[in-house]
Design a protein around this ligand. Structure first.
Ligand code: ZN
Length: 159
C-alpha cells in the first residue's frame, strides 16, 4: 500500500477542511491535493493528502468523476472512451453510462462560419465548481512549511 504524507497544517487538524465538522467522532477520510482524477497513475510519491469527513469526500468523489468524464469527453470529442483519453476519464465514461448520457445530452452541434461542424460542451457548472474550489482549499490547509519545501524544489521561490 502506498503511503502518503499528511501535510495538514497543525492548526486545522481534527476538523474537516470543507465543512469544518469536528473529525474526532465521525469517520474521516483522506483527500488528495490535487484531486486524483487529475493525476496520472502511478501516483507520484509526494502527493499530498488532507483529512476530511466521509460525507464531504463522498460528495466530492461524484463531482470528481463528473469532472474527469466531462474533460475527457470535451477533449476527445465524444463520450465514448478512447485509448488516448486519460485514465480517470476513460474509467468514468466506461463505468458510468448515466453520467456519459448526462454529458452527451448537454452538447450542442453547430456549424461555424467556415462551414465546419463543431460541438459546444456545456458542463454542469456546480459540479465543476465543486472540484475547482476544493483544490485551493486543500492547498491552504497544507502547512506553510510543506509549501515552502515544495516551492524550493520546483523553483527558486523563497518564503
Ligand atoms: Zn466535511
Amino acid at each position: 500500500m502506498k503511503r502518503f504524507n499528511d501535510f495538514t497544517d497543525e492548526r486545522y487538524k481534527g476538523y474537516c477542511l470543507h465543512c469544518a465538522a469536528r473529525l474526532g467522532k465521525m469517520r474521516q477520510t483522506r483527500d488528495h491535493v490535487p484531486s486524483k482524477v487529475l493525476l496520472d497513475h502511478p501516483l507520484p510519491d509526494n502527493v499530498h493528502v488532507v483529512d476530511i469527513c466521509e460525507k464531504c469526500n463522498n460528495g466530492f468523489s461524484a463531482d470528481e468523476e463528473y469532472f474527469a468524464a466531462f474533460l475527457g469527453a470535451a477533449m476527445y470529442g465524444g463520450v465514448n472512451p478512447v485509448p488516448d483519453m486519460f485514465e480517470s476519464a476513460r474509467r468514468a465514461l466506461r463505468g458510468n453510462l448515466k453520467l456519459a448520457r448526462e454529458i452527451a445530452e448537454r452538447v450542442e452541434r453547430f456549424t461555424d462560419e467556415d462551414g465546419i461542424s463543431r460541438l459546444t460542451w456545456y458542463p454542469d457548472l456546480e459540479r465543476v465548481r465543486s472540484v475547482v474550489v476544493k483544490m485551493p482549499g486543500g492547498t491552504h490547509f497544507m502547512s506553510w512549511d510543506s509549501l515552502a519545501k515544495m516551492s524550493r524544489r520546483k523553483c527558486s521561490f523563497t518564503l
